[in-house]
Design a protein around this ligand. Sequence first.
Ligand code: ZN
Length: 114
Amino acid sequence: MSEQSSFTLAWQDYRQRRLWFLRISIGGFLSIWLISALASMISASLAGPVIGTLGTVWMVASNVLGFRLQRFKCPRCKKTFFLGLYSSNPFTGKCLNCGLPKWSEHDDTAANEK
Ligand SMILES: [Zn+2]
């Protein structure tokens, strides 16, 4: 597998992780809100257990997907992209361990060393 395709695959993996996190965080919240509104229209005693159950599942799923997104590995150094030794930044534009720019399709340092 070439270096460029491994970088491309890594960024595709990141896009999938980010997409699932956003789907569950935002879409899940809106779905729970809608379902609980419908449940409260049907029966007031039904709304509490429905909100509690769905809310718990949503929080666990959001945390798992957020953890998975935060643990995304840099395609160059293979360390966590968004977690440095003493810092974390989910919005960083470069790897907190090696400085690789986000969405970079190749390793510029390897090309400069040749
Ligand atoms: Zn890195």
